[in-house]
Design a protein. Structure first.
Length: 202
C-alpha cells in the first residue's frame, strides 16, 4: 500500500542516508514530503552535489534513474508553519529525520516546534505515528545522550547513523542503504536494500 512519509533533512553529516531513503521510497511508489533545514541543504550540496529546490526531483532522476518517478515528491519550506504537515488532521504514515542534527534532536526532545521539521515531528509523536530519528555526531556529550533518551521516552525510534560492516559494503550507497533499510523497517515498509543477516547472499 502506498504510504505518505515525511522526511526531514537537517544539518548533520550523512546526506547519503536521506538520499538513499528518499530514492527507495519513491522507487517503491510512495508519497514523500521532504523538508530541508538551512544546513541540511548546505550539507547535501557539499557532500552529494544536489541542491534542494524546484528541480530536486530532476536531480534525483539524473542520479538514480527514471524509477524515482514511480512515487510522488513534494518539498515544503522549513519556515512554513502553515503547511498541511503542521496539522495532525492530515493523513501521514510516519516521519524520519535523516540525518538528525543534535540541534534538531534537542528541539524535538523539548517540544519547541519552531520550524516545520520540529512541528511535524511533534505532530507525529502526538498522533502516535512512527517517528524515526537518525542522529549523527561523535563523540556524544551528555546533553546529546539525555536528549536521545527524552526523545526515545516520548516514543521516537533512535536509529543512529551506524551502518554495519557484516553486509560487506562496497560503496557509500551500500552504507546508506543499510541505514535506509532499517528506517523502512520501522516505518512498516518492506525493504530489499540489504540482505538480512543469515539469509542467502546473492
Ligand atoms: C559541514 C558541517 C557538518 C556538520 N555536521 C554535524 C553533525 O554531524 N552533527 C550535528 O549534530 N551537527 C553538525 N553540524 C552542525 C549543525 O549543522 C548545526 O548545529 C545546525 O544549527 C543544525 O541546524 P538544523 O538542525 O536546523 O539543521 C555540522 C555543520 C556543518 C557546517
Amino acid at each position: 500500500m502506498r504510504k505518505h512519509i515525511i522526511i526531514g533533512v537537517t544539518g548533520a553529516s550523512g546526506s547519503i542516508y536521506a538520499l538513499r531513503l528518499i530514492r527507495a521510497l519513491l522507487v517503491d511508489g510512495h508519497r514523500v514530503s521532504v523538508i530541508f533545514s538551512k544546513f541540511g541543504r548546505y550539507i547535501m550540496q557539499d557532500e552529494a552535489g544536489l541542491s534542494a529546490g524546484d528541480d530536486f526531483l530532476e536531480q534525483l532522476v539524473e542520479k538514480y534513474g527514471l524509477s524515482v518517478r514511480n512515487g510522488e515528491l513534494a518539498e515544503f519550506k522549513i519556515g512554513d508553519l502553515a503547511a498541511p504537515l503542521a496539522s495532525g488532521s492530515v493523513r501521514v504514515d510516519g516521519m524520519a529525520i535523516v540525518p538528525c542534527s543534535m540541534k534538531t534532536l534537542s528541539s524535538i526532545a523539548h517540544g519547541t516546534s519552531a520550524s516545520l521539521i520540529e512541528r511535524s515531528a511533534d505532530v507525529t509523536l502526538k498522533e502516535a505515528r512512527p517517528l524515526i530519528l537518525v542522529p549523527r555526531e561523535t563523540p556524544f556529550n551528555l546533553i546529546h545522550m539525555k536528549n536521545m533518551l527524552a526523545a526515545g521516552e516520548a516514543g521516537a525510534h533512535i536509529v543512529p547513523a551506524m551502518p554495519a560492516f557484516y553486509q560487506k559494503p562496497e560503496s557509500f550507497e551500500d552504507l546508506g542503504d543499510f541505514i535506509a533499510g532499517r528506517v523502512l523497517n520501522l516505518l512498516g515498509i518492506e525493504q530489499n536494500l540489504f540482505t538480512p543477516w543469515g539469509e542467502e547472499q546473492e
